[in-house]
Design a protein around this ligand. Structure first.
Ligand SMILES: Nc1ncnc2c1ncn2[C@@H]1O[C@H](COP(=O)(O)OP(=O)(O)O)[C@@H](O)[C@H]1O
Ligand SMILES: CC(=O)OP(=O)(O)O
Ligand SMILES: [Mg+2]
Length: 394
């Protein structure tokens, strides 16, 4: 029938997949990680052939040019794959993209208008949309927003205790992010366990460079840690996560920092990087192994925040059946998985060290048999979820 090309710009990466519409098999996949650092890994896999190179990729526009150069090379093979549509991840969809939406000029303008609410993402998402529309003008382009899964959050979870008129006028509420992943992982977890998603209460921990937690009851999100923007919640690669908002007033008044400088400080210079000097969890573990005290403290702060969210979502859900770890850190880092849940055994939450040490790309159980809460590692596949939603709308 044909295929869907999906572009997913993360804060530290650009991922793409060309997915066969019938079989859902990825015909081509690629990942450019560590965007903005000295050297990025550029990995492509096309028809089983893998290539990996290390190149300096200063920003998302450069990442996209690298992918497009490959597409030019692949030209004839891309034609064979018969691209039916291009699916675009957009992180902040605000109230404009409550479900998958075909791109037109107004949609592009809406993505741009929402950029201040996802400064590390929407500008890159928009670049992707513009460049891809030029390259593939004949097919529909579809936006799937991270925020869409959280459109129906219960009012109490979506509402900040902020003066009502101001909040309404400026649409200040919890929008969440990573929703495409939370939706995919919660459904995949239920299917993997052979259970109906309607019957399961879950916590999903999406731990990548950006990180978020969600509480999902019967397939519906009832709370999530990201807020008006993807800054709130867990400690992230470069973001503070939860912080007393008065820190901003204090720094503005006493350190003379402007609002824009504080925005950059909270979004790009804080989190694991701000505490330790490195952004990547692998490097943080290396520093800890070398005896670095700041790195050790950074991991402690990261894990405590995670545990707080697990506890509060457990309380919100009442009964907890499943906890799933996903994304770059959640899928690969057994130290973080064990550390986040350590001490919660009294609540029926256990991690089996041998199972936790197993690596691999498939969903797997890491709790012991018979444990009251099933702990899983579930590889996310935002690109497949975007493919499904794109095909549904075209
Ligand atoms: N083997 C690994 N062990 C620990 N952390 C890893 C590993 N591989 C990747 N990561 C972490 O995953 C992060 C990237 O996750 P990913 O979900 O791809 O990020 P994003 O989509 O936010 O750009 C890296 O910054 C790194 O910290
Ligand atoms: C919303 C967000 O933080 O996304 P990512 O983790 O892909 O940067
Ligand atoms: Mg991501």
């Amino acid at each position: 029938m044909g295929s869907v090309l999906v572009l997913n710009s993360g804060s530290s990466s650009l991922k793409y997949q060309l997915v066969d519409a019938d079989s859902e098999v990825a015909l081509a996949t690629g990942l450019i990680d560590r965007v903005g650092e000295d050297l990025s890994n550029v990995k492509h896999e096309v028809g089983g052939e893998k290539t990996t190179r290390q190149l300096p990729i200063p920003d998302h526009a450069a990442a996209l040019r690298t992918v497009l150069a490959l597409f030019e090379e692949l030209g004839p093979r891309l034609q064979d794959a018969g691209i039916l549509a291009v699916g675009h991840r957009v992180v902040h969809g605000g109230t404009a993209f409550l479900k998958a939406t075909v791109v037109d000029e107004a949609a592009e303008a809406a993505v741009e208008a929402l950029s201040p609410l996802a400064p590390l993402h929407n500008p890159a998402n928009l670049t992707g949309i513009r460049v891809a529309r030029q390259l593939l003008p004949q097919v529909p382009h579809v936006i799937v927003a991270d925020t869409a899964f959280f459109t129906d959050l219960p009012e109490e979870a979506a509402t900040y205790a902020l003066e009502k008129e101001i909040a309404e006028k400026y649409q200040v509420r919890r929008y969440g992010a990573h929703g495409t992943s939370h939706r995919f992982v919660s459904r995949t977890a239920a299917a993997f366990l052979g259970r109906d998603v309607e019957a399961v209460n879950q916590i999903v921990l999406h731990l990548g460079n950006g990180a978020s937690a969600s509480a999902v009851r019967g397939g519906r999100a009832i709370d999530t840690s990201m807020g008006l923007t993807p800054l709130e919640g867990l400690v992230m690669g470069t973001r503070t996560g939860d912080i007393d908002p008065a820190v901003a007033f204090h720094l503005h008044r006493n350190a003379g920092l402007s609002i824009d400088q504080i925005d950059v400080l909270f979004n790009r210079q804080s989190g694991v990087k701000g505490l330790s000097g490195v952004t990547d969890m692998r490097e943080l573990h290396e520093l800890i192994a070398s005896g670095d005290a700041d790195a050790k403290r950074a991991l402690g702060v990261y894990l405590l925040r995670l545990k707080k969210y697990v506890g509060s979502y457990h309380a919100e859900l009442g009964r907890l059946d499943v906890i799933s770890f996903t994304a770059g850190i959640g899928e690969n880092d057994d130290i973080v998985r064990a550390g986040a849940l350590a001490g919660l055994e009294g609540w029926g939450i256990h991690v089996d060290p041998d199972r936790n040490a197993v690596r691999g790309g498939e969903p797997r159980v890491i709790s012991p048999d018979g444990a009251p809460v099933t702990v899983l590692v579930v590889p996310t596949n935002e690109e497949l979820e975007i493919t499904r939603q794109t095909l549904a709308v075209i």
